[in-house]
Structures are given as C-alpha cells and as structure tokens.
Design a protein around this ligand. Structure first.
Ligand code: GDP
Length: 424
C-alpha cells in the first residue's frame, strides 16, 4: 500500500470527509491540495460532529501530520476560527500535526468582497458562488497578485508588498464596482488579528514532504468538491476555480514527485448538486423533497437545500475517467432504503440521439435523462457491515453501478459514522 488520493466523482458533497476520516489510520500524512474554506467535509467521530472547511480530515488522528498545500486558498480568518472550533472540542492542533505551506497564497479580505460584488452584478445570471472569495482569489493567484504565507515571516517585505497590492486592488474595488476602497489600516488590523495567529504553523512543507517521502511515509491526498466542478474538466463556468482532480494532487500538495498508487473516487448512491448550472437528472416536487429529506441534503457551509436526483451514470462514468479512479466508495446507500423503485439515469438523450458520453458543458442544457428503475430493498441497512448481509436488491444496485462505471466499488457506506461501512 502506497500513497492514495480521495477525490469526488460528481458535483461534490459525496462524503469525502467521512472516507478520509475512516482511512487516515493507514497513513502518516494527510494533505489538502486545492480549494478553500468553501468545503464542508462532514466527519462524525469520537470527538463529535464536524464540518471541516479547510483543515485536512486527518486532524483527528493521533500521529498523523496534516498539511495545507500550496494549491489551497489559504483563508487565515476562516482557518483561525475553524482551528478554534475544532480544538475547542478537545482535538489537539499544534505545529506538530498541522503544517501550512509557506508557498500557499493568502485569501485576502477583498477576495470575499469581490466575490459578493460580482455575484450581485450578475444577478439572475450568477454562478452560484459560496461567496467565500475563491474565484477572485485564484484569478489573483494566477496574476501573481497574492501574498504567500511565507511572506508573513518577512515583515518588512510584507508591508511593502501589501501596499502595492492594496493600491492595485482598490482600482478594481472602487473603479469597477464603485465600492469603498480598503485602507492600509484595516488590512494591517486583519493581518494582526488572523495572520499572526497562524504564523507558527507556516513552514517549508516541501522539505518536510520530501524527507517524509524518502523515509517511506504514506501520504493521503484529500480533494475538495468533485470532478464535475474541476476548473478544466467540469461543467464550465459552474465549476470551482481550482483543479479538484487527482492529477493535480502532486502539484498542489507540494510534492510534485509524488506517485499516487490508489485513487479512491467517492460517489453518492444518488445525485446532489449545490448552486447553479446544468443538472440533467434533477428531480423536482415531492419526489425531490422526499429524497432531500431522507439524505439531509442541505449544504454543510451554506445550509442551502441541495438539488437532488437519481444517480447519473453518464456523469459518474465521466468522473471516474477524469479522476482515473482505481477504486470507488459508494456512500449513502442507506438513504435509498425507503424506495419501492429506485430511478437510475443510464444515458442522456441529446439532439434525438441516446448517448452515454458526457457532453460538452454548453450542450448539457439540452440533454434529457434516460431513466431505468431498479427494485428497492425496503429495509433498514444502516447496521449491516458485511456485503453478504445486504439485501440482494441492494447488492444488485451496487453491482449495476459498478458495471456501468467500469470501476470496482470497494467500499459501501451505510451511515455517516466512521464504522458504518462495508468493505468488499
Ligand atoms: P464531502 O464534502 O464530500 O465530505 O461531503 P459532505 O460532508 O458535504 O456530505 C456528505 C454528508 O453525508 C455528510 O452529512 C455526511 O455525514 C453524510 N454521510 C456520509 N456518508 C454517509 C452514509 O453512508 N449514509 C448517510 N446517511 N450519511 C452519510
């Protein structure tokens, strides 16, 4: 067993957090390699229930070192609040078990403000942003107009750099959006309130990881969101602004030489999607409400009701392919236990033709789902821990998905708790 990435196959919220929490005992290091504080990885364990936004899900395991890689949107304000909340429930968080890459860029206060201003300008054409500043942050990162975490350790240089960025950013804030400019005083206050607090965690994680690799330590890469929200491979423009695919893990983690031996793709037993954008298999009305309630499908960060639908095998197959998944964790199978017949979207109908290929994003708006129905099992499966104890209809459902997506389903999750899992 070597390194492993745990990634989302669909639109996010597949249950990655619970899988990372389950599997961290096998690994020495857990790295978040992309995305920001807009994640909501729900974890339920002996410390309680958590929705982790930026902290890697290995934070609960003794002896595991957690790394925030250079690919993340490092929001010092959110991170410091989150550290306080998690540590407040008795979880030790120290520079020994949490390391922040000195090459991670800081999400600055104006990123959140710009996100809000742009969504307001777009009005009914909005992208459905969580307004955490992620898109403005990544645009600035690629323009090299951000501060690296390591610059916090060089105060004289930091002040000059902040001044330059402030001057530049105020041109956009007031010139383009007519908003109030940010003052240097406010920025320095923010630095003193939040950035000072996270300074002890910042280090050269590249050296740490290269040494760990040389010692044969095992690494788990944790992704945010899913393949369909990947900046390059997702449903543009309703994607996130970073690469959520496993191929980006070595780059965003700070260990570009890392070899990933196993890629566990997390798939939900039905579909959910937060925010705007095409969602071909979407259910509406009572049917949707019932599924949403059964699965408690409300955003971990925003509380927004998630859009729901049957499992979409066209999108899932594509997700498996772009993630290059080697194994699948199918989550929330227990949520379907009440259904007499379970709908499954097997193909799309596009321009009068049936297809099993995931279309170019613009064409998705026109695609219609082709749905089949499978027998339900109508019995509570949440206490089952062995494959052979699952009702035969549930086994058939899992096997059908497995055949359609072309990847082994090695884990079947039947509840949110750490041990509610069937390993095949
Ligand atoms: P993530 O962002 O991919 O980690 O997923 P979320 O945390 O946003 O959403 C997954 C939700 O489903 C969380 O509330 C989990 O506690 C819950 N969950 C995960 N696996 C299961 C499962 O097998 N059954 C049930 N009922 N809930 C699950």
């Amino acid at each position: 067993m070597g390194n492993c990435a745990i990634v989302g196959i669909n639109w996010g919220d597949e249950g990655k957090g619970r899988m990372v929490d389950l599997l961290t005992e096998r690994y020495d290091i857990v790295i978040r390699y992309q995305g920001g504080g807009n994640a909501g990885h729900t974890v339920i364990n002996e410390y309680g229930k958590f929705a982790l936004h930026l902290l890697p899900s290995g934070i609960f395991r003794k002896g595991v070192v957690n790394v925030l890689g250079n690919g993340v949107a490092l929001d010092p304000e959110n991170l410091w609040v989150e550290i306080g909340e998690v540590a407040g429930k008795g979880v030790p968080i120290t520079p020994e078990n949490l390391k922040i890459s000195d090459r991670a860029s800081l999400l600055l206060p104006w990123h959140r403000e710009l996100d809000r201003l742009e969504e307001a300008r777009l009005a009914d054409k909005k992208y459905g942003s969580t307004k955490q500043g992620i898109a403005p942050f990544y645009s600035d990162k690629y323009q090299k107009k951000t501060i690296l975490a390591g610059e916090l350790l060089c105060p004289e240089h930091l002040k000059e750099h902040l001044k330059d960025l402030l001057e530049w950013k105020n041109l956009t804030l007031s010139g383009v959006y007519g908003a109030a400019p940010v003052t240097m005083e406010a920025l320095e206050n923010w630095i003193n309130t939040y950035c000072e607090k996270i300074k002890p965690f910042i280090c050269d994680t590249g050296v740490f990881l290269r040494n760990a690799q040389a010692e044969g330590k095992k690494i788990l890469f944790e992704a945010q969101l899913g393949a369909l929200r990947d900046l390059d491979y997702g449903i543009h423009p309703y994607t996130t602004s970073s690469n959520a695919i496993a191929a980006y893990a070595p780059v965003g983690s700070g260990l570009p030489s890392a070899k990933i031996d196993e890629i566990i793709g997390v798939v939900k037993a039905y579909s959910t999607c937060v925010g705007e954008g095409p969602f071909v298999c979407e259910l509406f009305g009572q049917e949707a409400e019932k599924l949403r309630k059964a699965g408690a499908e409300y955003g971990a960060k925003t509380g927004r009701p998630r859009r729901v639908g049957p499992i979409d095998l066209v999108a899932t197959r594509y997700g498996v392919q772009v993630q290059a998944a080697t194994n699948i964790a199918l989550t929330k199978l227990d949520v379907l236990s009440d259904m007499e017949k379970i709908p499954v979207c097997t193909h799309y109908l596009l321009d009068g033709k049936v297809t099993d290929e995931f279309p170019f994003p613009t064409l998705l708006e026109k695609a219609q789902p082709v749905t089949e129905y499978m027998d339900g099992w109508k019995t509570d499966i949440s206490s089952i821990r062995k494959w052979e104890d699952l009702p035969v209809q549930a086994q058939k459902y899992v096997e059908f998905i497995e055949n359609q997506i072309g990847c082994h389903i090695g884990y079947v999750s039947v509840g949110p708790e750490r041990d509610s899992i069937i390993i095949r």
